[in-house]
Write a protein that binds this ligand. Sequence first.
Ligand SMILES: NC(=O)c1ccc[n+]([C@@H]2O[C@H](COP(=O)([O-])OP(=O)(O)OC[C@H]3O[C@@H](n4cnc5c(N)ncnc54)[C@H](OP(=O)(O)O)[C@@H]3O)[C@@H](O)[C@H]2O)c1
Length: 262
Amino acid sequence: MKQEQKDLKSQLVVVAGGAGEIGERITRVFLQQGARVLVPSRSKEKLNALRASLKDTSTGELLPLETDVSTSEGLKTLSAAIEKEGVLRVAVNSVGTFWQGPSSLDVPVDEVQRVFHETFFPYVGLTQTLIPALGPGTHFVKLNGLLSLQAMPNVSAFGVSATAQMAWTRFLIAEATASTPWITELVIDSFVRTRSRTLPEEYISADDIAHEILRIVTEENQHQIATIGKGPGDAKVEFVPLRPQASEKNLKRLFGSFKAMG
Ligand SMILES: NC(=O)c1ccc[n+]([C@@H]2O[C@H](COP(=O)([O-])OP(=O)(O)OC[C@H]3O[C@@H](n4cnc5c(N)ncnc54)[C@H](OP(=O)(O)O)[C@@H]3O)[C@@H](O)[C@H]2O)c1
């Protein structure tokens, strides 16, 4: 069902990771809609670079916030800034990094722990900060990569975190109530053209992703896990909602067993 929620003028939007490659384009698209966009970053230099790269955007208001969203102090600072700025309409989580290394049997446990710690727990903290700040009918959108759905060699430490992040989103959706914002996890299943990664025109761009997020938060009215991608051979951006992996009957049976166990 579509909902009339198009006007983002003066609305408060948080883009966590907004000083990053894809985040910058998401921030730009919301500013173009006249939104006030709060962007937390650990780095003053990155926030200055973001401001400089957005200086051609005359609408909206950029609200840079120097803070580390992977710490509980940083999340408190983010919460306080949201409270000060008013009602939150959209939150996007474009926080992320990448890791490649030895195979699953060779990677040191400490390294798996470090990668998991630096990538999974910031997502948990951000959801616990941003989702309660969003009201019903608003939107929370999280970016992820194909490793959340598919295993490949030599990326296991990162892949288990991507998979865990996806699982966390599924639990958030399973626990959603009438006052929970609409939750979308958007799995990017191709390379992305960004400022620093120049790829042929056929690949999906950070702008394509930003515009899809804008479409979701202004038109969609549901919780969803979806993939987005485009590459050589494809004519246009493909957005595909993913089916649940277990049948409804089996899920009901298991849920019934949990209930019976008290
Ligand atoms: N680029 C791609 O080709 C691609 C493909 C598939 C999926 N994705 C996903 O899309 C999202 C954005 O990707 P991107 O390429 O734009 O990433 P990016 O340029 O590396 O930026 C991500 C942002 O995440 C923040 N960040 C990373 N690790 C953090 C940590 N431990 N604690 C706090 N903040 C942290 C950084 O914030 P600071 O400003 O504080 O440094 C950075 O600005 C990620 O979830 C990524 O997995 C990207």
